[in-house]
Write a protein that binds this ligand. Sequence first.
Ligand SMILES: [Fe+2]
Length: 304
Amino acid sequence: MGTATAGLTTTKAPFIEEAKANGELYIRQPYELYSEENQEAWRRLYDRILPRWRKYANHKFLEGIDKLALDPHNIPRLEDINRFLKPLSGFCAKAVSGYVPAYVFFDCLRQRAFPTTITIRDVSKLDYLPEPDIFHDVAGHVPMHTDRVFADVLVRFGEVARLAAQMACEIKNEEERIRRLESIIKAMARFFWFTIEFGLMRDNGDLKVYGSGLLSSYGEVAHCIESPEVQRFPFQLEWVVNQYFEIHHYQPLLFIVDSFDHLFSRVDELEHWIKEGRLNHVSPGEPNVNEQDLKSFLSAGLSN
Ligand SMILES: [Fe+2]
């Protein structure tokens, strides 16, 4: 089977396998490789979720969709998206072949680039997908990046990661350096998860969704607002950084921010806590910090 017929389906795309085998993280979006099934998956995902976005998404997201001129009928070309996006917040979507180690990811954000998956889920399995795809990344994340304050939150995350890497390399004892870094990366990943991926916010008196994991899930975008099974609490940093999470089911616990300015101020607080050593011993458990994540922080810190 040639690459032209195999399409760009999640976990089944020869183009991606080849890029990974060559160690290429940043890639082009080979638009000609999308199959008719791939385009169909986009159409169906977009079509069925649109009414739910109108009902549950925060207004900045809805404005973002319009500003980006997202096409309901065709998988977006990143270059088209970026033409609209860049003048608004300086951000761009940057195609990647797969997993981006934690520091590299945060550092991209610092430089206003969002690592973006270009594959799309199988048309026969629209609902559940453990890995990100272009629907999650472009329809779930990128519309939020049209908002300046939200975009600045992502940049602040990158700056916090940089500080964490620099602080880690000042620790002489290697064992302690790694242990502390692992704790801080875990705290940052939890913060990111409960805000950028699964955050709720107050929006003109209503409770709305801004987290991209929620915005790209047809089922959960309604469940997170409507279901009595979900616990929703005001955002508390001391709780969030110590709260483990699991990725394979709907989230039972979510946190609410008042605004994106509020969220920005919480990232400032996160940075202060790192400086004060308050994230050196967060509670264990998910998410797992893998070897690649640790190495990415260590090598960044040491080369500065
Ligand atoms: Fe995401």
